[in-house]
Design a protein around this ligand. Structure first.
Ligand code: 1GP
Length: 276
């Protein structure tokens, strides 16, 4: 349609504005500022980060309040929320954390049932030590449309299960074998493959309540070979174990069971991790 000159200019102007509007809408729909990931990478090589694992099924109301209060005091960096098998609603726990703390909450899901939009971020775990397609890509495909619509920051994570001296819940539920703890080269190759496949974090897991945590040797070899932030956890119960894995190169240290048993360890662990 032809308009006299002025109308044409105005029309072009409106068209440009409309396109700009679409552009911003697209950008705002698709872009979630990677706040948590930025925080993880910003502290790489400067300070280690301490993440406390909260298994919702193991928390009483009083226990949770005390854990939050102590975590605030001890400058815990993140809460990881999840477990291999849980039956407690996550929303309520996250509400309680939000009301009493500004520590970010990252979902650490054992299954598709453990997604809550109230968290800050989610570890999108791919169990790359295993060969069960459901835990490599199947569950992720089912969750992907929901995660894309949500405001959760998605953190693609290569999750590597290493033998911790007893059968872990992860091993049983995922129906995958852990990598034997003396097969350092296999762990390293798995971590490299995970990073090459685009995982933004590598998580070395011995399993909750492991008898043997991931060894310092494994951690240092993996660290030498990847540049993504390295998370380690499972079976860490003493200050000397935590010191060792910090010195070996873990960037983010996760502790759950030891703190469930004795909340007073929180300060000691936090001091060691933040001092490195
Ligand atoms: C995090 O699953 C672990 O990697 C937590 O293990 O409960 O043994 O600390 P713990």
């Amino acid at each position: 349609m032809y308009f006299p000159c002025k109308f044409n200019e105005i029309y072009v102007c409106f068209e440009k504005l409309a396109n700009l509007g679409n552009y911003f809408r697209i950008v705002s729909d698709m872009t979630i500022i990677p706040k948590i990931y930025n925080r993880l990478t910003a502290s790489l090589n400067k300070q280690k980060l301490f993440a406390v694992l909260i298994d919702p099924d193991k928390q009483t109301n009083d226990g949770l309040s005390l854990l939050i209060e102590s975590s605030n005091k001890c400058e815990v960096d993140f809460f990881l929320l999840g477990g291999s098998l849980i039956s407690t609603a996550l929303d309520k726990i996250i509400d309680t954390i939000r009301q009493n703390s500004s520590i970010p909450v990252i979902l650490f899901p054992g299954s598709l049932l453990q997604i809550s939009e109230k968290a800050d971020a989610i570890l999108l775990l791919s169990l790359i030590s295993g060969r069960n397609p459901d835990f490599l890509i199947g569950h992720q495909v089912i969750a992907a449309p929901l995660l894309k619509r949500s405001r959760l920051e998605v953190l693609p994570t290569g999750y590597i299960l290493i033998d911790g001296g007893k059968m872990s819940s992860v091993e049983y539920i995922s129906n995958t074998k852990p990598i034997p703890s003396d097969k350092v080269d296999i762990v390293v190759a798995t971590a490299i493959a995970g990073e090459m496949l685009g995982k933004k974090l590598i998580y070395l897991e011995a399993g909750s309540g492991a008898i043997k945590p991931v060894s310092a040797q494994i951690i240092s070899k993996v660290k030498e070979n990847i540049s993504a932030p390295l998370i380690a956890g499972g079976g860490l119960t003493t200050a000397s174990q935590i010191k060792k894995i910090c010195m070996a190169g873990a960037d983010i240290i996760v502790v759950g069971t030891a703190i469930e048993h004795d909340i007073n360890r929180l300060k000691e662990f936090s001091d060691i991790i933040h001092r490195h």
